[in-house]
Design a protein around this ligand. Structure first.
Ligand code: ZN
Ligand code: ZN
Length: 264
């Protein structure tokens, strides 16, 4: 019998802000477009930074496996069928990541997140490598002046993603393996938000077949896909982890087909 882990995948939100007011003549922004990435680059680098008290869970979520192997495996699966290989590189251990100074605040807007990437991103996108800056924050997402206490993560553009650690840390309850599901929810949230940043669903990458649940934004109509909107709630996310392995692929075929066929 397939075991299900009931995740409290509380909420994530997508802000489509690829149209940032950037000077296109200024390096390195010319390399940050999705079109450039999918036609020219051979590496996707997920660079990770964290505030004090907001560091990611690097172990303990999937038995003896390295937690970030889950994100690596899922992003690799997205690109696996493209004609030109795209390698995925991710900081997986804390000593590979950047600890940024405490920001001494409890709420962050999308503009704040982009500012953090401007200030602290170490590697910039190049002709051959796209860099997504992923920062773990000791605070909440601020939308329209309100702290979003149930927003786990946000994609603030094509290269800046944030995870809101207090929302993850508030998750309680164990999974079928007796482990704490917040470790797995964190990885699923990272996959979900990075996938937004690289164009899913209909967020810069054209759909191969129509599968956008437009009523819920840039999300997928496949209920078993990590990009399905109710994965933002506990019952909807229950099917994400059949075996709680870092090798489990949580994208549905429709999303994989989008990436496989876009400018390929
Ligand atoms: Zn989303
Ligand atoms: Zn999907």
């Amino acid at each position: 019998m397939k075991k299900l882990i009931y995740l409290f995948f509380a909420f994530s939100i997508f802000l489509f802000s690829c149209q940032e007011d950037k000077d296109v003549n200024k390096d390195p922004y010319q390399y940050e477009t999705l079109e450039h990435f999918y036609t020219q680059a051979s590496v996707l680098k997920v660079e990770i930074a964290y505030e004090p008290n907001a560091e990611p869970y690097v172990s303990g979520g999937f038995g003896s496996s390295v937690n970030f192997d889950f994100t690596q495996n899922n992003l690799t699966a997205l690109f696996a069928q493209r004609s030109r290989p795209i390698q995925v590189l991710i900081d997986k251990q804390l000593n590979q990541m950047t600890q940024i100074p405490s920001q001494n605040k409890t709420s962050f807007t999308s503009a704040d997140i982009r500012d953090l990437s401007d200030d602290y991103q170490v590697e910039q996108s190049t002709e051959d490598q796209a860099v997504v800056f992923l920062v773990f924050l000791d605070g909440y997402y601020s939308l329209n002046g309100q702290n979003q206490n149930t927003v786990l993560g946000v994609s603030a553009g094509s290269h800046a993603v944030a995870i809101f650690k207090p929302v993850l840390e508030a998750i309680t309850g164990g999974g079928v393996l007796g482990s704490n599901p917040k470790y797995q929810v964190e990885q699923a949230t990272i996959v979900h938000e990075v996938a937004h940043a690289i164009g899913l669903v209909n967020a810069g990458v054209d759909m191969h077949v129509a599968h956008q649940d437009a009523a819920h934004g840039k999300h997928c109509s496949n209920t078993d896909c990590v990009m399905y909107w109710t994965n933002e709630g506990p019952s909807g996310a229950s099917g994400l982890f059949g075996g709680a392995s870092v090798n489990e692929i949580v994208f549905g075929q429709e999303c994989i087909d989008d990436i496989t066929n876009y400018l390929n």
